[in-house]
Structures are given as structure tokens and as C-alpha cells.
Ligand binder design. Structure first.
Ligand code: HEM
Length: 136
């Protein structure tokens, strides 16, 4: 691999790692915060985190495509792990986006369910990442 290609993967990985921290850490932190304003700010951070994961995840594939003119050939466990990650990112992003758009009108109990759900999706994606890494 050339240095340019390594650099491209490393830059994407930096974004992907910080995105992962934002989804896991932000969602967990939000479960502990009562203040509505502070929770909303954290919700934006988590939303950006989920979006970053989708964009940087796709960027991994794009870098491979630019250098090899094809996408990585993955199958079996690695493919399942990638599909799980994509599903988690899509659900997490939609959940937090709907919360930011409409959540203020929801009963407190339902608002409170957003963060354990987002944290669970982030934890599943983070675990799937290990399987993607070692089965591909
Ligand atoms: C659309 C969603 C996503 C896509 C397309 C995606 C794609 C990828 C790809 C292609 C890699 C490199 C795999 C390798 O090195 O073989 C990767 C690594 C990684 N992803 Fe994702 N990802 C997504 C979402 C997530 C989410 C939501 C998280 C965590 C919350 C996450 C955490 C990680 C971590 C920690 C790594 C590094 C694994 C390692 O090298 O040990 N990803 N991801």
C-alpha cells in the first residue's frame, strides 16, 4: 500500500473512531442528564456522531474503490457484521433525528427511552466492528 493510501485510510479511521466515541459516549451520558437543554445539545452531538459513522464508513469503501477500482470482497461473518453496522447507524440516526424534531412533545417516559436505545445500537455496532475487522 502506498503512503497516500495509508494516509487516506488513517484520516477516515480518525473520523470513524471519534464518531464511535460520540455515539457510545454521548448516548450513555444522555441517560444520566436530566436538564432538557443540556440533553438537546448532547442529542446534536450524538446525531453528528451517527452521521459521521455512515459517511466515514462509506469513505473506507470509497478509498478502496479509488485505489483498486472495486469494493472490498467480503462475505459471511464480515458481511453480516457490516450489514449490522449499517442498520445500527441508520436506526440510530433516525431515532435521534426524530427525537430532535418531535421529542419535545413526547411523554417524559418515551423521551427517556431514546438514550438507552441509542446506546444499545452504538454498542452493537461497536461490537460488530470487531467482527468486521477480523473476519475480512
Ligand atoms: C454505515 C455504517 C458503517 C460502515 C459502512 C462502517 C464501515 C467500517 C469499515 C469498512 C471499517 C474498516 C474495517 C477493517 O478495518 O477491516 C470500520 C471500522 C470500524 N468501525 Fe465502522 N462502519 C459503520 C458504522 C460504525 C459504527 C456505528 C461504529 C461504532 C459505534 C463503528 C465502529 C468502528 C470501529 C471501532 C472500527 C475499527 C475496527 C478495528 O480496526 O479494530 N462503525 N467500519
Amino acid at each position: 500500500m502506498s503512503n497516500a493510501q495509508n494516509l487516506a485510510y488513517a484520516v477516515v479511521q480518525v473520523l470513524h473512531n471519534f464518531g464511535a466515541v460520540a455515539t457510545v459516549g454521548g448516548s450513555l451520558a444522555a441517560t444520566r442528564i436530566e436538564d432538557v437543554g443540556a440533553r438537546k445539545k448532547l442529542a446534536w452531538l450524538v446525531l453528528i456522531g451517527w452521521g459521521t459513522q455512515a459517511v466515514s464508513g462509506a469513505a473506507f469503501g470509497l478509498v478502496s474503490f479509488l485505489y483498486y477500482h472495486k469494493f472490498p470482497d467480503i462475505a459471511g461473518v464480515a458481511f453480516a457484521a457490516l450489514a449490522i453496522k449499517i442498520l445500527c447507524a441508520a436506526l440510530g440516526f433516525m431515532l435521534v433525528a426524530v427525537y430532535l424534531l418531535r421529542g419535545a412533545n413526547w411523554p417524559a417516559k418515551n423521551q427517556g427511552r431514546v438514550w438507552p436505545s441509542s446506546a444499545m445500537l452504538a454498542a452493537i455496532a461497536l461490537s460488530a466492528a470487531a467482527f468486521l475487522r477480523w473476519f475480512s
